[in-house]
Ligand binder design. Sequence first.
Ligand code: LLP
Length: 420
Amino acid sequence: FDHCFSKSDDGFLYCEGLKVQDAIDSVEKRPFYLYSKPQITRNVEAYKQALEGLDSIIGYAIKANNNLKIIEHLRKLGCGAVLVSGNELRLALKAGYDPTKCIFNGNGKLLEDLVLAVQEGVFVNVDSEFDLENIVAASRIAGKKVNVLLRINPDVDPQVHAYVATGNKNSKFGIRNEKLQWFLDEVKAHPDELNLVGAHCHLGSTITKVDIFRDAALLMVNYIDQIRAEGFELSYLNIGGGLGIDYYHAGAILPTPMDLINTVREIVVSRGLKLIIEPGRSLIANTCCLVNRVTGVKTNGTKNFIVIDGSMSELIRPSLYDAYQHIELVSPSDAEISTFDVVGPVCESADFLGKNRELPTPAKGTGLVVHDAGAYCMSMSSTYNLKMRPPEYWVEEDGSLVKIRHGETFDDHLRFFEGL
Ligand code: LLP
């Protein structure tokens, strides 16, 4: 198992060839995000190998991480992009993405963003009746026909936290499958505007059982059969993203991209379809740590706390989803091991990065990392308590540390008031 973050025999944490403590010593601002560029490459390669022999598009879900340098790297490796806003589309274009490998998703796409998407020639997923109306309007404004996929809610339970489940009946996403015929009639009624090329579903995120994808793919090809029987020549099945990763670092064997693709490969081939997948987390989460330093250790009599400079402002997943992200110190320690909540300085009790973690009692200034911070961490960060967004660095193939995004500053905050 080749992973970018590992401990040396003498107990120091490394990112590829770089000692994380050396990165801490050379970076001015703290906390900071530290990525491995080679790990990003390896993650994409795993998907490419899994997809060998299939006509396919890897649509990287930009919402997971929108660092321009990272998305440029993903594009160079051959990825397309999955977008949920006009700005994500603009960023993908800026990063040089091929629009014919981009998919515009969302349950509340705005008309002006749809117009841009149609002008640029990206695929658009139809999410609802009003969305279809807007897509038709956008096509007329842009004077261009648009390739659409129907996002069908397959009503499959992804067995994940309710906040990241999307493909079950109660979700706000997608069209109800009972309404399929209505949508087909509408597409037929707009031959100058709409070109129906595929069907899409997205079940949810952090999925760790690939059978769920097979269940969904089987339901989806049934819909595709129905749609084809109406005379449409569909060529794409888009099974969305959602593959989970090993957040626990406790030796569990989780499904790989190969396992995922192998469960749907035959289904896709049997219908002569091209496959679109939309991975976010499984491409980027494990390539990064949030690197923090210990401000101090305290106890309230019953609970012990390690207070660090990072917080829910930089990394909100534990606070928002009760998500577990693995935490460790970057240097060896023979101090006494105790049970700690690892918390930030933000003024609320939701501000924790980890609960009940067994760790050696760290000295002030010790480096402490929160693992698997590449997806939905920086992209969901805020400046709450005026903690400005941290800088991002990656380690390159030769072990060098390179800044890939500046840290935000107090002056950036003041800029929003200039001239008012
Ligand atoms: N496609 C669609 C339509 C999506 O809604 C998503 C994620 C993806 C693809 C990518 O899913 P992934 O492969 O990354 O699981 N903020 C949450 C995750 C929200 C996921 C939203 N949709 C978290 O931090 O866990």
